[in-house]
Write a protein that binds this ligand. Structure first.
Ligand code: MTE
Ligand code: MO
Length: 316
């Protein structure tokens, strides 16, 4: 994503990643995490991520060859950790994702604050290889590990007033240096209409390639909505709210003429700054041909019915 125009920022507002972190903080975090070798603390790779138990779900997987773990974990949008594609990987290594809790509130019978373990306990994990399309006109094929959002929603028994669900990312400027700058209105928020949230494709994700999510991909819990542009897929979620009215979303607050609430992948409706007709598959090389973008990112059979009768130019 490019910076929101309405919050135009001076180059001096985005501090180079070297000064994002107070060196002492980085060292303290590295030591706490048990990293050895002080001199290399900042460069040390993360410990091998915990393996997850999961089964493959071919029904909900595309046949395209997945991107490499390297592609998926080193070319990221996670503005809380900086605006360059490599910033999240560079700046999120010491992000603490345990303990983690998620608050559920609003129009639901079951509410409260739950540990991540309680949130995950009843759900069997599956791997689904999804197409992932960013509004910046690049795409990847990703083997996510997760469980249907619908199954999570059902546990909280939303009331008849719950027409939308909103997701909120952690607000912690100490750990998330981007939140110290007015890049977006923090914390990052996103939302879905209830019937979108209940669609079996909408996935709560805890891993990629069968390992716990790298921090830069939104650990420990994120959303993936494969028929929508990537920005709908809220990372590092700490709150799930059931609401009556269409909730605000981070990119819509920033630049409403560029980012709507729906954000369905639509090759027929261009973003003011990027054509959405084609996309560049990350990892296929600089000279690789662009491929045509598909309506609903290739998931039209499953989701087009959700938008019957809606003008998708108006509700972009
Ligand atoms: N909290 C939060 N969630 C976010 C973002 C962000 O900046 N902050 N970026 C979004 C955008 S624009 C994209 S394309 C995807 C990128 O996910 P990935 O890095 O796992 O590919 O995350 C989305 N979720
Ligand atoms: Mo994106």
């Amino acid at each position: 994503m490019t910076r929101a125009r309405s919050n135009r920022i001076l180059p001096s507002d985005i501090t180079p990643r070297d000064v994002f972190f107070n060196r002492r903080e980085v060292l303290a975090a590295a030591l706490a995490a048990g990293a050895i070798g002080l001199a290399h603390a900042e460069e040390s790779p993360p410990p091998a991520a915990a393996k997850l138990n999961y089964s493959r779900n071919p029904q909900y997987s595309v046949k395209d060859p997945p991107n490499t773990f390297e592609d998926i974990s080193s070319y990221n949008n996670f503005y809380e950790f900086g605006t360059d594609k490599t910033d999240p990987k560079d700046n999120a290594q010491h992000f603490r994702t345990s303990p983690w809790s998620v608050t559920v509130d609003g129009e639901a019978e079951v509410k409260g604050t739950f540990t991540l373990e309680d949130i995950l306990k009843p759900h069997a994990l599956e791997e689904r290889i999804y197409r992932f399309r960013c509004v910046e006109a690049w795409s990847m094929i990703v083997p996510w590990t997760g469980f249907p959002l619908a199954d999570l929603v059902k546990r909280f028994k939303p009331t008849s007033k719950a027409r939308y669900v909103q997701f909120t990312t952690l607000m912690d400027p100490k750990q998330m240096p981007g939140e110290r700058y007015p890049i977006l209105h923090w914390p990052y928020v996103e939302g879905l209409r209830m019937d979108e949230a209940m669609n079996p494709l909408a996935l709560m994700v805890v891993g990629v390639y069968g390992q716990r999510l790298p921090n830069q991909n939104g650990a420990p819990l994120r959303l993936i909505v494969p028929w929508k542009y990537g920005f709908k897929s809220c990372k590092s979620i700490v709150r799930i709210s059931f609401v009556e009215r269409e909730p605000q979303t981070a990119w819509n607050i920033a630049t409403p003429n560029e980012y709507g609430f729906y954000a369905n992948v639509n090759p027929a409706v261009d973003h003011p700054r990027w054509s959405q007709a084609r996309e560049r598959r990350i990892g296929t090389g600089f000279l690789a041909k662009r491929v045509d973008t598909l309506p609903f990112n290739g998931y039209a059979t499953e989701v087009a019915g959700l938008y019957k009768g809606m003008d998708l130019r108006r509700y972009f």
